[in-house]
Design a protein around this ligand. Structure first.
Ligand code: PLP
Length: 398
C-alpha cells in the first residue's frame, strides 16, 4: 500500500489549502480593524474630529507599508484590490503614453490580460511572451520583444498558479536602460520572497491585502514618483487626486497591520511552509509514482514553496474530471482550486497551464495546493492519506 498510516480522522471543519485565492485574516488584523468598523466611522476626508482620527489611521498604515516596500509614503495609493491596481496601472500608463507597443506574458492574471485586450481594441499592440517552465519569463525574452515604440512592460513577480518567480529585477534593469516603464503584479510575492521596490526597480506595482492575511477589498498601487502615469478612477480628490472614492479606513488599517505582521517571523514562516510543501510534494510522488506531474519550475530557487500545482496526465489522452476531483476533495474537507479561483466558477482550463503546454483536459484536471503560515503538518498528512485513493479511483474510471 502506498498510503501511509496516519490519522485519517476527518477534520472538524476543513483543510484550507487555497491561500493563493485568499488567506485567512490574521486575528491581529481583524482586531486592528474593529474600531474602524464600529466607533471610528468618520470619513477620512472630513475635517471634523472623527474624520481626522480616521485619517490618522490611514496615514499610519501608509507609513507602515512604505517602510516595508522601501518607498515614499506619497508613492502608495490605496485601491479596492489588485484587480483595480492592475487596471489602474495599465490604463494610466497607456493613457499617458498614447498608442504604442506593450510587452506582457501569456501567464499573467486576467486582471492584467483583460485590460490589455481592451487596449488592443483602441489601437495599442501587445506582445504576449510565451512563458518557460513554471510560467517564468526571462530578461532576454523581453529584450528580444522590445520595439522602438514599446511604451511599457507588465510582468508578474510570482505566478499565481505555478509559484514560478520571474527575475523582475533583471527585467527592470533592462527597462531602465531603455527608459521604458515597468509594472509588476506582485500580488503573490508578498511574504513569500524577500523584496522591496528598491531591489526590484519597478515603476509601478500592485498588491492585494487579502493575499497576505489582510482584509478583502483593499489593495495597493505603488507608483514611483515621476512615473508617466495618469489616474484611473476619477471622482473625489482622495489619494492626492490619484484615486477618487471614499477610503476604506478599516481595510487600510488592516492592510498596514497585515504588512507589518508579514515582516515578523518571515524566515520562520517561510521555513515552515517550505517544509510542508516538500512533504506534500514527496508524499504525492511516493504515493502516485508516474501519475502525478508537478507544474512548476524544476529549480526550487525559481518557485515559491507556497504553491504546489500538479496534474495527473493519463495514458491514451484520457483525463480525470477536474470538477469531480475538486468535489471529491471537498467531500473530504480539503479546499484547493484548479486554476485561479476567479475562473473556477466556470471551470475553464487554466490559461496559464495551457501556456505551459498542457492540453485542455490535463489542465482542467490539475489542482493547486496553496499553503500559508497557518497550514499544519497534520493537514498535509491528511491530504496525503486522502488524495491518492481518490486519484487512483478516478484514473481507473476515466
Ligand atoms: N493578480 C494576481 C496574481 C492574483 O492572484 C489575483 C487574485 O487572484 C489578482 C491579481 C486579483 O486580486 P484581487 O482579488 O485583489 O482583485
Amino acid at each position: 500500500m502506498h498510503t501511509k498510516a496516519v490519522n485519517m480522522q476527518k477534520p472538524a471543519s476543513f483543510i484550507y489549502l487555497d491561500n493563493a485565492s485568499t488567506t485567512k485574516t490574521d486575528p491581529l488584523v481583524a482586531e486592528t480593524m474593529i474600531p474602524y468598523l464600529t466607533e471610528v466611522y468618520g470619513n477620512a476626508s472630513s475635517i471634523h474630529q472623527p474624520g481626522r482620527v480616521a485619517q490618522v489611521a490611514v496615514e499610519e498604515s501608509r507609513e507602515k507599508i512604505a517602510r516595508v516596500l522601501q518607498c515614499e509614503v506619497s508613492e502608495i495609493i490605496f485601491t479596492s484590490g489588485a484587480t483595480e491596481s492592475n487596471n489602474a496601472a495599465i490604463a494610466g500608463l497607456a493613457e499617458k503614453a498614447g498608442p504604442g507597443h506593450i510587452i506582457t506574458s501569456l501567464a499573467e492574471h486576467h486582471a492584467v490580460l483583460h485590460p490589455l485586450h481592451e487596449l488592443e481594441k483602441k489601437g495599442y499592440s501587445c506582445t504576449y511572451l510565451k512563458p518557460g517552465p513554471g510560467g517564468v519569463i526571462s530578461a532576454s525574452q523581453v529584450e528580444e520583444a522590445l520595439q522602438p515604440d514599446t511604451i511599457f512592460v507588465s510582468l508578474m513577480l510570482v505566478n499565481n498558479e505555478t509559484g514560478g518567480i520571474t527575475p523582475v529585477h533583471e527585467i527592470a534593469s533592462l527597462c531602465q536602460s531603455k527608459n521604458i516603464p515597468l509594472h509588476s503584479d506582485t500580488v503573490q510575492a508578498a511574504g513569500k520572497i524577500r523584496w522591496d521596490v528598491q531591489q526590484l526597480g519597478v515603476d509601478l506595482l500592485s498588491l492585494s491585502s487579502h493575499k497576505f492575511h489582510g482584509p478583502k477589498g483593499c489593495g495597493i498601487l505603488y507608483v514611483k514618483a515621476g512615473s508617466p502615469w495618469s489616474p484611473f478612477l476619477q471622482g473625489g480628490s482622495q489619494e492626492r487626486n490619484r484615486r477618487g472614492g471614499t477610503l476604506n479606513v478599516a481595510g487600510i488599517a488592516g492592510t498596514g497591520k497585515a504588512m507589518e505582521i508579514l515582516q515578523e517571523n518571515f524566515d520562520k514562516n517561510l521555513k515552515h511552509v517550505a517544509q510542508l510543501s516538500q512533504k506534500l510534494i514527496s508524499g504525492l510522488q511516493e504515493a502516485l509514482p508516474g501519475i502525478v506531474h508537478l507544474n512548476r519550475h524544476p529549480d526550487p530557487a525559481l518557485s515559491v514553496p507556497h504553491i504546489v500545482n500538479c496534474s495527473f496526465p493519463l495514458p491514451d489522452g484520457k483525463a480525470i474530471d477536474g470538477e469531480m476531483l475538486l468535489l471529491n476533495l471537498d467531500i473530504e474537507g480539503i479546499c484547493v482550486s484548479n486554476g485561479s479561483a476567479c475562473t473556477s466558477g466556470a471551470i475553464e482550463p487554466s490559461h496559464v497551464l495551457q501556456s505551459l503546454g498542457l492540453d485542455s483536459k490535463t489542465a482542467k484536471s490539475s489542482i493547486r495546493f496553496s499553503l500559508s503560515k497557518f497550514t499544519t503538518t497534520e493537514e498535509i498528512d491528511y491530504v496525503l492519506a486522502a488524495l491518492p485513493p481518490i486519484i487512483r479511483r478516478m484514473a481507473a474510471n476515466a
